[in-house]
Ligand binder design. Structure first.
Ligand code: 5GP
Ligand code: MG
Length: 186
């Protein structure tokens, strides 16, 4: 029997086919949320869930709904990607509002690839004098990661393929896709 063709989308000049359905993403987020709930149950001050814009907004929304401790939510905006390949440049665009000195912070990322952005973020948080900083990322590319910072809460590990959907973009398109799509070589 023929397997049905995978659903495809075209974003500008590139074609992508579905790789991971939302239901599977959600199941994995649930498992990570349970770990975060256990780890942050007894904090002296409410932890700050710090989303890295733009890509993390969908993951942040789904994760927050599964957390059962009191937490603050903040977002920061940085930039390190230009199209489908990394420019290696990381710049902070929108900063933190107010001091986060002495606070427990969970950085919420869409994807950790080489780790350049996360390294920058962890240095920034250390300079702010946070009590602790951990990383929760929807996707982690372990074969590409080249930094020493622990990625404590990776939801799903993937290879080095370029993906879009669930907040992740190709030249700003595709963020609204509910499922994850992978680029098709043609
Ligand atoms: P890093 O600094 O870890 O190399 O890259 C992190 C950033 O690169 C992510 O926040 C994301 O914006 C972008 N990125 C890395 N891999 C992918 C991918 O497969 N798809 C998309 N859309 N963006 C990616
Ligand atoms: Mg990001």
């Amino acid at each position: 029997m023929e397997t049905p063709a995978k659903k495809r989308v075209t974003l500008y000049d590139k074609t992508f086919e579905v790789m991971i359905l939302y239901e599977e993403l959600d199941r994995h987020i649930q498992k990570v949320a349970e770990r975060i709930n256990r780890d942050y149950a007894d904090c002296d001050t409410p932890p700050i869930m710090l989303g890295v814009l733009n890509g993390s907004f969908m993951f942040m929304a789904d994760l927050l709904k599964k957390l059962d401790f009191g937490c603050e939510v903040q977002f920061i905006k940085m930039s390190s990607y230009d199209g489908a390949s990394s420019t290696g440049k990381v710049c902070e665009l929108i900063g933190l509002n107010g001091s986060i000195k002495g606070r427990h912070v969970v950085v919420v990322e869409d994807i950790v690839d080489t780790g350049g952005s996360i390294e920058h973020m962890m240095k920034l948080l250390a300079a702010e004098g946070v009590a602790s900083a951990a990383v929760a990322t929807m996707f982690f590319k372990p074969d590409s990661y080249s930094r020493d910072y622990e990625i404590k809460y990776p939801v799903m590990n993937i290879g080095n393929e370029f993906i879009v959907g669930y907040g992740l973009d190709y030249d700003q398109l595709g963020r609204n896709l509910k499922d994850i799509y992978v680029i098709v070589d043609e």
